[in-house]
Design a protein around this ligand. Sequence first.
Ligand code: TPP
Ligand code: MG
Length: 694
Amino acid sequence: MSVTTVAEPMTATKLDQLSIDTIRTLSIDAVQQAKSGHPGTPMALAPLVYTIWNRVMRFDPEDPIWPNRDRFVLSNGHASMLLWSVLHLTGTQAVNADYERLGHPSVSLEDIRRFRQLGSKAPGHPEYHWVSGVETTTGPLGQGVATSVGMAIARKWLADRYNRPGFPIFDYNIYAVCGDGCLMEGVASEAASLAGHLGLDNLCWVYDNNHITIEGQTSLAFTEDVAGRFLAYGWNVLRVGDANDLDRIEHALSVFCTTKGRPTFIILDSHIGYGSPHKQDTAAAHGEPLGDEEVRLTKRSYGWPEGAQFLVPDGVREHFAAGVGARGAAARRGWTTLFASYRAAYPELAGEIDRMQRRDLPAGWDRNLPVFPADAKGIAGRDASSKVLNVLAQSIPWFLGGSADLGPSNKTTLTYEGAGSFQAGSPGGKNLHFGIREHSMAAIVNGLSLSKVRAFGATFFIFSDYARPAIRLSALMELPSIFVFTHDAMGDGEDGPTHQPVEQLASLRAIPGLVTLRPGDANEVVEAYRYVMQLRHQPAVLVLSRQPLPTLDRRAYAPAAGVARGAYVLADPPGGNPEVILIASGSELSLAVEAHEKLLAEGIRSRVVSMPSWDIFDHQPPEYRDSVLPPTVGARVAVEQASTFGWERYVGGSGRVIGMRTFGASAPLKALQEKFGFEPDRVAAAAKELLAKR
Ligand SMILES: Cc1ncc(C[n+]2csc(CCOP(=O)(O)OP(=O)(O)O)c2C)c(N)n1
Ligand SMILES: [Mg+2]
């Protein structure tokens, strides 16, 4: 006979605490094991993330891509262990790029043990497309919150187009967590300003106000009144003074849910490295393992078994299953039933949603694309683009976009009857007005793409520099974002070197997976869009001219459909067999054609290769590439109003590049073309020099 000790009953409150401490200790152990990572913020924000996920969010771990799920964005991506912990503890399932469920968890305990190791589904920072349940890639501070504004815009637009009385098909919310770093970044300010203007009441940012960044106290560099700033942006600003107070956090989130007409900003006062006796509230808790002894002391302070590692106590997984799991499953089931009746009542709209979710296009989407007749005077790339955009926006209901205040110059404004402007009071508008905020524009376009809306953002090509970090992320995330950049080179001559791109093409071409296209005439613009619209997992940059470019006579020259192969033989000498190849893109294509005609007249067998996209060309089979640029023809001249950087790979050791080696200058275009050598005679002369050298 023995006396049975009665175990303390597991109350809901205790399970809350146990779950939170599990997130904390998994984070501590993973960082310790990896000997790298960021333990302090997960330790501090575990209660917040726990509350959002287990008490508030509508998210079904069984189906992490259910369209009406709430979105969670961890903008302070260095705290990734928060996400790996909750994805693991909720049993979130893995899905692949074809939207199939794979039948195993997205993040396993083994992945967490292998935090930051090759192949682990618990990498250093949240990576969309690598880990199911991650809504957007974060790590470059500010990007996550800026992207969340795109998600909120998308949700508003989707609701306006698809919801019907009794059918709230899209009514989800977007939660983003950010730290001091995110809020110091300009991109977040740009995005917050726009979100306030647009009154995005489906958007909630929670600010981890811990007064610590890497160099120490924020008092070193960040002493502004953040609350005042967000009030001025037009946000609803709330404060929770204790990051461990679940009820207050939950209450603040419920205030968000009922606030209409403005986004919500919750300031959460927290203690980085919470529970660590020597590291709490210090920068030392930010980005390095606590150390074995400190880990023990910290676990002791949580009342955790000091020697246990990667411990998930009994009841924790069940607690998440009873919380977010049950709530999410019920919400998804309800939605699925609702959507079935919606499909019966509105089959066409339901069909659109299906297609959009799969990133398919409607049948006949390219039927009305224009064909431009040959015209020596020609049409500017941006004007051809305008015609194309207006066709596409009408044939693809969920295709929309706008410019960073350069609509009249980019010619990206959708002008057809009913296109409308997206504003707080008109969330069905298809013209987005980003204001002069290129960086957040690109992040917002990514947020729209993540929400399956097809979106573009536009500005001058030179200001792609201001958008580049988000363009890079679009490529890393494999999103079909579209960036329309006009004023491709020196076409805006008088504006001078501040406005004349030089190195931008080389820099964008260097981004893995990004399709950069610089079409050479109006029909190439059409073909470029035709190609880009069919991309499902790649972003694209379209670089378009400001000035008219001759529309080539496609009966005399090869069809513009060659654009789809990145480069194609536009013109050959009679009977083929060229001795010299002129390669050009964009505005320099007609220049190359003129030089070609001159050379032909002199009996020189020249070929013109139109090369709007390096990237697409590089992905063609070698036989095709060799047929366009035969290895036997070493005499090659590339001409492009951009940095010569990189062209060696196409012109080879014995070729010549006519491009930019300096910045441009302020002068009329004609004078610049003369100064920098972009004239048919100079191109022809370069070709002849190469031939003479043989
Ligand atoms: C754009 C960008 N700049 C710099 C960094 C490097 N970095 C990562 S975390 C961090 C400090 C962030 O401070 P805070 O957001 O307050 O995070 P906390 O330490 O409080 O979690 C810095 C500078 C980065 N990830 N992204
Ligand atoms: Mg901080």
